[in-house]
Design a protein around this ligand. Sequence first.
Ligand code: M6R
Length: 369
Amino acid sequence: EKGGYATFMEKEINEQPHAVADTLLGRTDESGALVLDELRISEQQLRAVDKITVVACGTAAYAGMVAKYAIEHWARIPVEVALAHEFRYADPVVNERTLVVSISQSGETMDTLMAVKHASDMGALTVSICNTHGSTIPRESDAVLYTHAGPEIAVASTKAFLAQITAAYILGLYLAQLRGGSYAESAQAVMRDLHEIPAKIEELLTRMDRVEEMANFMADTRSVLFLGRNVGFPVAMEGALKLKELAYIHAEGFAAGELKHGPIALIDAGQPVFVVVPAPDTPHELHKKVVSNIQEIRARGARTLVIAHDGDEDVVPFASEVIRIPQCPPLLAPLLAVVPLQVFALHLSTAKGLDVDQPRNLAKSVTVE
Ligand code: M6R
């Protein structure tokens, strides 16, 4: 049942090219335009939406944070991401023009379900991005956009995360197309770029030997930091979450721009820091800014474990290790950059002799508060 892999997590990491490809399947017509028949909310209602609120927990919430950057850029609709357990007991500003997008692998997370009900009671339109057919959250929502990652068994979410980002991107591109505006035209081009991602993940998965070795060397590490910026920021937090869950190591993800506002005080000799470097063509010179962050922490003795695109030579002088990912457009990079972080956590857990698929104290789906 594990398809020759030692653990479900390893199997699911290797299924990620399919998770993305299958989630993209059938979302465009012959002309290349996006069609989301399954959405079941009228175009008129979708055009009237003036705010999107994503509700989710854990890894699904990080998928929402990644999607915020892309949806705001493409569709020009403000997006906020709320942890479902915070949203449901707060006093959120939600009405008939709010599209509440829940993201859940299981479709059974109690907090996310209650957030959706709370949003419905306030008159919001609700869309569920979900991996489990017939589960409760899609049933309680006005519409559903299924991710096609296949069953995810390991407690730590991997392929569902990539499928969630993919589905949320499809939704963002669909809204851009529907509402017109400067990105309506590019929706099809972005879809073509997305279709290239599965082969790039496939290629990336063949490069993971060094990441495995690094994890083996680091079995005694007590703390690991993760830095990222823009879409790389939620990737950093997801990398930290994977390490907490799987290897019981203290791990923290930061926005790289925050370094000087506090976290840089944590840097001392030998501190391992993963840095998710933006694609070199990311707007606003973010690439350059992150490279200078790497330089700053390296100068303070950090062990810089740098995730950078193929051909990005600027990082080399300041990197203790460079982990290469294939080139891709800046907003799609999370679908690649998170993979080495998943693989690292998997192997660190294995190196410590821990139960990869069933970490202590955790359940696959949290159906209680
Ligand atoms: O089934 P859901 O997507 O609603 O689950 C949400 C979180 O409980 C889940 O992503 C959790 O954070 C994972 N264990 C992360 O690996």
